[in-house]
Design a protein around this ligand. Sequence first.
Ligand code: 3HC
Ligand code: NAI
Length: 708
Amino acid sequence: MTLSSAPEAAAVQPALRGSVLVVTIDHAPVNALNAAVRRGLIDAIESADANAAVRAVLIVGAGRNFIAGADIREFGKPAVPPSLPDVCNRIEACGKPVVAAIHGAALGGGLEIALASHYRIAVEGAKLGLPEVQLGLLPGAGGTQRTARLIGAQAALSLMLSGRHVGPQEALRLGLVDRVGQSDDVFAEGLAYAHELIATHAAPRRTKNARGLADKEASAAAIAAARADTQKKSRGLLSPLKIVDCVEAALNLPFDEGLRFERERFLECRESPQRAGLVHAFFAERETQKSPETRGAQPRALDRIGVIGGGTMGAGIAVALLDAGLSVTMIERDDASLERGRAHVEKVYDGLIEKGRITQEIKARALQRFDGDTTYDALADADLVIEAVFEDMAVKKAVFAQLDRVCKPGAVLATNTSYLDIDEIAASISRPQDVLGLHFFSPANIMKLLEVVVPARVAADVVATGFELAKKLKKVAVRAGVCDGFIGNRMLAVYRTAADHLMEDGASPYQIDNAVRDFGFPMGPYQVVDLAGGDIGWAARKRRAATRDPKARYVHVSDALCERGWFGQKTGRGFYRYEGGARAGKPDAEVEAIIDAERERAGVTPRAFSDEQIVRRYMAAMINEGANIVHEGIAQRPLDVDATLMHGFGFPRYRGGPMHFADSVGLENVLTDIREFAKEDPLFWRASPLIVDLVARGKNFASLNQAD
Ligand code: 3HC
Ligand code: NAI
């Protein structure tokens, strides 16, 4: 049983049940610790201490969770007392035993409340963790000090540095909880525990006195190892090393001093732009799931799914679907292609087995839900079909004509096209209301982004089905309108062009990649080209050649490499050399010579750029196109652009996406940059009307995000 949540009730409701004061936290949706909850908790503990009839206290959460943590929406606003550390200290100081009974999430400040309680019980489905690191924070209400004392330095560091959630059994093994309930009735389990403690005259047992750090030598070694590892891995992030410092403080300082040390580090993190970026990312990921269609329409069924095409994307999509427990029928042109498609699927699983991520059994079980065919009739029962054949309008239309013929009424017909006009595809069949874009990113079983592309004539419940699919696949769905490249690829084309201009003007591709990596992307644009295959972009450029503005600047370097057959990693050469099949490329003097020749041909005298100048141009181009995309309604809000870039294109999460980044450096500064760059190339650098308008009104992109 879980307690029901009444929206109008007080955030914290104390009620005496015999000699136990049951303190129910009831603050929908997730019992986050806002000021009212914090105040209510202190008041409840005060009343427990003051009331002779109370012999124990039980803290439980109403609804589906214990407590999800500090109220993230309060960050960045003026602090309202009491502070969370004060609440935790007050609970720990209670003169009567306090039991925390945990169901659902006990995360961050939620777990800190439980750790400040004297006894802990968890029931099935509980998720305990200290995920602050994922928000650019550290546990700041005694979590670093109490967790280390309770479960030891190594286990505490592993929890806090990964931010992972643990279930009740693991929590018990670690010593985070004292027992796991026999049933999932958290209230009954907690109450029984509290009565048992009263019956056995158990005293308050304070975590600050726990002995998990008693072995000083082992603790110091664990801290040193974590510090070395974190220095290697934390790539520009502030909070992980501070977490290690706090655990060191727990080892070396008395509890109260350790708390002060932790609080100072916490406040540094809380005020950092990284925290702002990561919290923005957290809300953006949730906000993108809400589209006008998902609010009003029920998704259609999603049991049997067809995938057409077994190439790079078809196979990756099939694996993503199988991994979510869905059944997949793959359609290919002929037996040989189908065999290749199946082999592609198997290869993805074999790669995961090789890396130790999955077992043979998991692969075998997934493949039981996979079959293939070469005739479309096999799709007669499909609820959803995702087409991933060649990027060619005529081929796509022929496929959709077949789907129109065989699929049952109401089946959702989706295309994974990267650039083609989905309205045109939809208009070519008798049921345009069922046609949707589902744009996956490569590798489709790994990349988190799914653009749900909404053509003009699609039915709302078809769009809702796209979002429902994303949920099943655990992907971040972003609603996009129809245009060349939708949100992500359209932006990519523009910032890649800005990079090409920089390259021809004097920066080497290696310097550009380096500067972009230093900004926080895992790879630079030329490494990405080499990884994806230069031939893909080459084909797109050839397709667009006829419609390109003849006055627009065009850099020929990429074409020159492709003409030599240098398509990147798969051919051993691209912008980099990949010797002996190496995955990391080396700079190539011949490529630099080709660039020099192109500069000469274009009449460009090369000049030097600092890394900062490179990043400013790269970002300005990205932000400007993002603004155009919002302005045209292709993306609903700036946060949709942010989520797209973070989950599909490696934009560093701690910077919150390009639009949030623009706000953080000041939109007016971005506009000044664009106008400055426009002096050299007014055709490419045309300030987006949205930026001009926002700056004129003293507003920023966040003002267009309802969630912010
Ligand atoms: N503060 C404020 N709002 C929160 C919140 C929080 N800590 N956690 C979740 N929410 C909101 C979400 O934004 C969402 O709002 P919406 O309905 O308006 O979009 C709503 O609660 C439901 O959240 P989810 O959609 O994520 O619901 P799920 O059921 O899928 O997941 C959850 C629940 C596992 C609790 C997940 O929301 C979560 O992981 N929350 C964040 C947990 C966290 O990071 N806690 C640490 C906070 S920092 C801290 O505690 C600092 C301390 O050490 C001092
Ligand atoms: P691919 O060339 O690897 O695979 C295409 C497959 O479709 C081939 O196996 C081919 O045999 C099959 N096919 C062709 N015509 C068919 C037909 N009439 N019936 C059944 N099967 C047919 O191509 P890739 O890279 O998988 O791309 C597929 C689609 O996904 C394209 O629209 C592409 O733009 C899009 N896309 C590609 C991404 C990438 O990174 N490769 C990323 C996102 C989308």
